[in-house]
Design a protein around this ligand. Sequence first.
Ligand code: ATP
Length: 327
Amino acid sequence: MSKASLVTQRQLLSALSHGEFQSGQVLAETLGLSRTAIANHIQQLQQLGLDIYKVRGRGYCLAESLTLLDAAKISQLRQSSGADILVQNITDSTNSQLMQKVQDGLVNELGYTLVAEAQTAGRGRRGRNWYSPFAASLYFSMYWRLEQGIQAAMGLSLVVAIAIARLLKQQYQVDAKVKWPNDVYIDGKKLCGILVELAGQAHAGCDVIIGIGMNIRLPQQALGNIDQKYIDLTIASGQVIERNLLVVLLQKQLMTLLTQFSHTGFSSFVDEFNQYNQYRDKTVKLIGNTEIRGICLGVDQQGALLIETAAGVQAYFGGELSLRAGD
Ligand code: ATP
């Protein structure tokens, strides 16, 4: 999409952002475009996942009022603490974008963060899709370095989940649970996915990209686009969520806990993870090359999943495993 189109769409969204009707004629005059051009831009925004209605005689209206990500507001909220935060409009995947910047040597600041309004190719684990409609979520990627080396990546991903659960409780009084190794749930519905990717091994440590997709206020269209139970933070908390503030708080929380992790390793997080464990003491199945059934006991000092099976307590580790409720 051209830069001019992006600017126009942002102007259109600002005009509609209060959730009131705006006629096509007024929008066309304000933006200096034809009514057909306005209709085309609206259609593109709908395709990006925005619920925009058209009512004959009244014009266009956003189903919900909208606050856009705003680089100036984020910078003001940061008050020069934390690391830089780059705001993009529409991107393929914030993880892919940040990965490229790290590999090109453009980013090496710990905690450097990239956020976007929408992703056209948002990813989950193993090539799965992450539904990423415009201005409805947080698409957040942060750079970090694992000084302990690649073997600490599992613990890091669990610490990220803990950071999110802690922040949700502190800031929005929401009780979130963590599904090992990397998803955050509320009331058994998925709120947030975490995708930790390795960006390379340029030195003793290892560069990682921490990707977080968190639903904030999903449009009606989500129903046909997500194939499991999901929830958004607006519904879960009953509050209006200011995403600019959330970006800043999340970066801060992650940097604090990951700094602790780099000093202590995962052992100081075991108890907290087990408190958030979605399947604590429940029957589960762990799906990988084979399927293991047993009682989920929590995690060990390295972050491996402990399951009590018929053969005793076993520890499971590795990125190719998926945990589910047992039947
Ligand atoms: P695993 O336990 O292996 O991680 P998962 O189904 O949670 O399994 P992920 O790779 O973590 O897989 O996340 C991708 C999945 O999340 C998608 O296949 C889809 O079911 C679900 N999903 C996609 N977009 C969203 C979203 N915006 N909100 C909630 N869930 C989503």
